[in-house]
Design a protein around this ligand. Structure first.
Ligand code: SME
Length: 157
């Protein structure tokens, strides 16, 4: 996808999400709405959703709201792409998931992936946003910047 087209779609998605979620503080409702709007907006998003820090097991992520095929239920923090994003609190941009050490294959059709840490207004990690694509190399710096900004606007304000 062309860079301008991609930026325009993120701008639309951000506007829609900021408007729809205004005043909403329930985290499950916010995550469900973000998953829905993003997966409808982008054809290359194959799996779109959240892995949430389990309040009862702080060293594990547990699947949250998502759109797509069946996701794994739990991921240890520090393992796979999601677990690495959670432990480092840094976005993971993975051009080829099969080359990522410890990648957890929930669906063998996924080939590239971006995982963005989600923090709340107290700067506490609450989840990661995981987006997978069936194509190699689907995500770039535009996706990273736009999704990091969107997560900040929706969950940290
Ligand atoms: N590929 C991810 C697992 C989650 S799913 O793809 C839905 C990972 O390695 O963290």
């Amino acid at each position: 996808m062309q860079a301008d087209q991609k930026k325009a779609l993120y701008e639309e998605a951000t506007k829609e999400l900021v408007s729809i979620t205004e005043g909403e503080t329930n985290v499950t409702a916010l995550m469900a709405t973000v998953s829905c709007i993003l997966s409808e907006k982008f054809d290359y998003y194959f799996w779109t959703g959240f892995y949430v820090v389990d309040p009862n097991k702080q060293n594990e992520l547990v699947v949250g709201p998502y759109q797509g095929t069946l996701g794994c239920l739990r991921i240890p923090i520090g393992r796979g792409v999601c677990g690495t994003a959670a432990s480092t609190r840094e976005t993971q941009l993975v051009a080829d998931v099969h080359a990522f050490p410890g990648h957890i294959a929930c669906d063998s059709r996924s080939n590239s992936e971006i995982v963005v840490p989600v923090v709340n207004a107290d700067d506490r990690l609450i989840a990661v946003l995981d987006v997978d694509s069936v194509e190699l190399n689907s995500f770039d710096e535009i996706d990273r910047v736009e999704l990091e900004t969107l997560m900040q606007r929706i969950f940290a304000q």
